[in-house]
Design a protein around this ligand. Structure first.
Ligand SMILES: Nc1ncnc2c1ncn2[C@@H]1O[C@H](COP(=O)(O)OP(=O)(O)O)[C@@H](O)[C@H]1O
Ligand SMILES: [Mg+2]
Length: 199
């Protein structure tokens, strides 16, 4: 069983969207439970509007449901306190920290990383504006230059995610341009499998 937790110090940076799409990616490989630990219940509500290809469990009921599964993805609310992050890291195989590619996000991310020490975590650039903007690449380079582990894959900003949220499905089920965001989560999923040493 592999446990991947999606968290961060700030809201609105794509944590829930990331948790839902990683769970979708893993659902092609095994039995998956997404544990919704956010009091807003974003992931549960998403699934209730339509259908997701995995079980979504309220964190209060998760204990029993997660037993014997191949992948557990945990969605969390923002954790402004980095000592909480350390606890979360200890309870997971990998902590994913989505972050927007903007200057105001860099400093808190550096702080978070220094608090996490050598825990297993990796930053993820999300909601990255399209070319000719270079904000994604710039932020990724800044993080790398500061010794922060960061995924090569960046998640593009696209309206497909809103459409998928409204329909209650993963972006994978959309067509045409609306589906392009799926390519990013597929690529991220492959990077994560490498980190987890999954064959
Ligand atoms: N890659 C993306 N492109 C465009 N919109 C996105 C993307 N990722 C997330 N969003 C939107 O941004 C908002 C916040 O995303 P969400 O995953 O709920 O953030 P968090 O869980 O960190 O608060 C939602 O409206 C969501 O649809
Ligand atoms: Mg959320």
């Amino acid at each position: 069983m592999k446990i991947v937790t999606v968290t961060g110090y700030k809201g609105g940076c794509g944590k829930s969207v990331t948790a839902i799409h990683l769970a979708t990616f893993f659902s092609a490989l095994g039995d998956v439970v997404l544990v919704d630990g956010d009091p807003n219940r974003t992931s549960i509500a998403w699934g209730e509007r339509g259908q997701l290809p995995f079980i979504v469990a309220d964190e209060r009921k998760a204990m029993k449901i997660v037993q014997g599964r191949d992948f557990i993805v945990i969605d969390t609310p923002a954790r402004p306190d980095s000592s909480d992050l350390k606890e979360l890291a200890e309870g997971a195989d990998l902590l994913i920290l989505p972050t927007l590619p903007d200057v105001v996000s860099l400093e808190p991310m550096l702080q978070t990383a220094s608090d996490l020490g050598n825990a297993s975590y990796k930053a993820l650039l999300t909601i990255v504006p399209p070319k000719p903007s270079r904000e994604g690449e710039t932020m990724r380079d800044d993080l790398k230059a500061n010794g922060i582990p960061v995924f090569d894959t960046m998640i593009r900003r696209t309206a497909g995610f809103q459409k998928a949220a409204l329909a209650g499905i993963p972006i994978r089920e959309l067509t045409g341009r609306d589906r392009l965001g799926w390519l990013d989560y597929e690529s991220l999923g492959k990077e994560i499998l490498e980190v987890l040493g999954h064959e």
